[in-house]
Design a protein around this ligand. Sequence first.
Ligand code: ADP
Ligand code: MG
Ligand code: MG
Length: 249
Amino acid sequence: ENLLEIKDLHAGVEGKEILKGLSLSVDKGEVHVILGPNGSGKSTLMNIIMGHPKYEVTSGTVSFEGEDITELKTFERARKGLFLSFQTPEEIPGITVENMIRTAKQAVSGERVKIVPFRRQLKATMEELKMKPEYAERYMNVGFSGGEKKRNEILQLLMLNPKLALLDETDSGLDVDAVQIVSEGVAKFHNEDNSCLIITHNTRILEKLKVDKVHVLINGEIVEEGGPELIDDINRRGFTHILDAKAEK
Ligand code: ADP
Ligand code: MG
Ligand code: MG
């Protein structure tokens, strides 16, 4: 069952084309990984799937559960069950972690989220992620270490429980223990009714997940697709051999 389908997407920012005819689809229940060198357009793709207003789609479509969402606003996509964890999570002074997540949950569900059961769930989820309970009362990401910010992203993922999780280098800059916690958090989130699209340079985050498909994104295009074996191949031989192999054809 198809969840996300991107067809021949051309898109960019400030008049510069970054994605050059990209197609990709993710089925319900699957875990997909995007690998690619820096500057290839990975974050741009995630932002476009989420509808970031800065980016401009010039042609092609993004569909979710069979519906064309290319023109929808970010909050409308969030309501449909899309969630993006940013490469660099934002600090939001004045809004506590608890308030932020409760507000997001209400916005996404369109229903009032009752405080007592919400707090109970938040506390339990924070425990699972080995976050100290006082972090619920701290301002969103303000003064958080890199690892704490990423852990906070996983907390939001587990609390909001989207249909599609887009994770943009949620594991970058983390020490081994933090990667383990992020990895376990994503594994805990994932089930047969939701999907993950993960950008990573550190494939340790994938250890607890069964990866269904790998897409290699270079210079705004998917140049190679395959199963999880592609991860080991790229870890060993890098990206250039893929381009070399293409050039020889
Ligand atoms: P990746 O996540 O794969 O490292 P990005 O999507 O962040 O790549 O960037 C792809 C390309 O688009 C890069 O060349 C980058 O410099 C360019 N780019 C990204 N955002 C902007 C922007 N706001 N203005 C101009 N160029 C941008
Ligand atoms: Mg990058
Ligand atoms: Mg990026």
